[in-house]
Design a binder for this molecule. Structure first.
Ligand SMILES: Cc1ncc(COP(=O)(O)O)c(C=O)c1O
Length: 479
């Protein structure tokens, strides 16, 4: 029989000595980077370049003979530095290095995890992690969950489950002519709107309920929206609670939403992608009182729980609901098509192949104990309150509202011509270009606010003070 020889290139690809050497070098590079970026605040948080320039840089690199170690360094240097204490922009976790290391295991082993045999350890660990979170939520042993690739996908999956359970006919198998609808606060993350559109609900089926003065769903308006939907012949299948909302970090009253859902026999989903992490905090878990009555809850580990993206838990109060969402046959994957075993997680997830997400969370909990999440959430929320107080005490800034979460919106208000939107937009642009701080912006009621999410436990009060000083300098030199 003819022996198949691998080519010399393929021998290089799997050369373990090369892997060892490059790997050691990369860990050294990353450790030096971490040391530098967390202590040397004078270097930019973000090395901002315009997209066309950046594309040109990488086109040239692709065509050159650059060494892979240099490529690694260039990728790092040309990226935003989330570990930098002056990174306060989006709701992205500042990954615990141990979790990033575990990510290397996930990438090298590439255990697809949707099928037990392709994720033996990772499926078992996934059950431990999701049972742990379920218990924190207050679900009973009837609950069950899994990990999936992000809050967006988790919310879509939960809404598909709501359709399976609450729609008048079996849409999954038979399609429908029925006009289905969901109720959600007008402040909800755009992925809820996207999920509903994917499900074919259209404009009419996504009912955006007005919020009250605290940017929480208005319960009276909710009843009104429900009645109006019924009078139009819509069949409402679900109400979604924001815990918390993205723009302002407001927590909907989950107890009231739970009562509303029970009264009307509809599904209650909690989008806790960002803020349900308070389930780990004794000090702040009151913000999600009532979450234990939800039919499903999404929580991102890659937001306040120090895990690299993407890593989301979707928990169902009633395990059967999770198994019926994607009831399909796949002879090549599962021996038994109709059974509901926890260890073939792909029966319940949108993904077939998925990362070994569970091990990234497990490594944090095993290394630092279960209190680590509580400490992180408590610290970030406290910092937001310190920052809000700092803003309230100044006459040159306006705090948008007292934060419930770690999201603080504010604006600079000393303007000669009164055009605060242009002034604050310019401030944010100048900050981005200088790279000294990374903050973002949002528009609420036609007013543009500077938006910070305090995600980094290494950010200090001094950093926040210096942010305001920097804004002051920019504003004074903008006139
Ligand atoms: C409240 C809320 N839900 C959902 C999402 C989307 O989550 P992901 O980015 O994990 O898909 C976000 C993202 O910021 C969010 O803030």
């Amino acid at each position: 029989m003819q022996k198949l020889e691998s080519t010399s290139i393929l021998n290089h690809v799997y050369d373990t000595q090369k892997f060892r050497k490059t790997g050691h070098e990369l860990i050294d590079t990353l450790a030096n980077y971490l040391e530098d970026v967390t202590t040397n605040k004078d270097q930019p948080v973000i090395p901002y370049t315009n997209p066309e320039e950046e594309l040109e840089y990488w086109k040239q690199d692709f065509a050159s003979n650059s060494d892979i170690s240099d490529v690694f360094k260039n990728i790092i240097n040309r990226s935003i530095h989330v570990h930098h204490p002056r990174n306060m922009g989006h709701q992205v976790a500042v990954p615990a290095p141990i979790s990033a290391l575990t990510g290397l295991i996930s990438d090298l082993l590439s255990n697809g995890t949707g099928v037990y045999e392709m994720g033996i350890a990772s499926n078992a660990i996934e059950k431990i992690i999701t049972d742990f979170v379920s218990k924190k939520i207050g679900f009973t042993s009837n609950a069950s969950g899994f990990l999936t690739s992000g809050g967006t996908l988790a919310n879509l999956t939960a809404l598909l489950a709501s359709r399976k359970t609450k729609a008048p006919n079996d849409v999954w198998n038979n399609g429908t002519n029925e006009k289905l609808a969901i109720l959600v606060s007008e402040e909800a993350h755009y992925c809820i709107d996207r999920a509903a559109r994917i499900m074919g609900l259209g404009d009419e089926g996504i009912i955006k309920v007005p919020v009250n003065e605290y940017y929480k769903i208005d319960i009276k308006e909710l009843e009104h929206s429900f009645s109006l939907a019924q009078s139009k012949g819509l069949h409402v299948i679900a109400v979604i609670g924001c815990a918390c909302s993205t723009a302002t970090g407001s927590y909907d009253n989950l107890k009231e939403l739970a009562n509303f859902a029970t009264k009307h026999d509809i599904w209650f989903h909690v989008d806790g992608a960002h803020g349900a992490a308070v389930v780990f905090s004794n000090q702040y878990k009151h913000l999600i009182n009532g979450i234990e009555h939800a039919d499903s809850v999404a929580i991102d580990f890659h937001k306040m729980l120090m895990t690299p993206a993407l890593n989301t838990a979707l928990l169902f109060k009633n395990a059967d609901d999770a198994y019926s969402t994607f009831a399909q046959k796949a002879q090549y994957l599962w021996e038994s098509q109709n059974t509901r075993e926890w260890y073939n997680s792909g029966k319940r997830t949108f993904e077939c192949t998925k990362f070994m997400m569970s091990i990234k969370v497990y490594s944090i909990l095993k290394t630092y104990g279960t209190e680590v999440f509580e400490e992180n959430v408590d610290h970030l929320y406290k910092m937001a309150r310190v920052f809000a107080k700092m803003l309230e005490d100044r006459t040159d800034f306006e705090l948008f509202m007292t934060p419930e979460a770690n999201i603080v919106n504010f604006r600079y208000i000393q303007s000669e011509n009164g055009d605060l939107n242009t002034l604050n937009s310019n401030i944010r642009k100048r900050l981005l270009e200088s790279g000294k701080f990374y903050i973002v912006q949002t528009t609420i009621n036609d007013n543009l606010y500077l938006r910070t999410t305090l995600m980094n436990p290494l950010t200090t009060e001094q950093d926040l003070l210096e942010l305001l000083e920097e804004i002051n300098i920019i504003a004074l030199t903008s006139h």
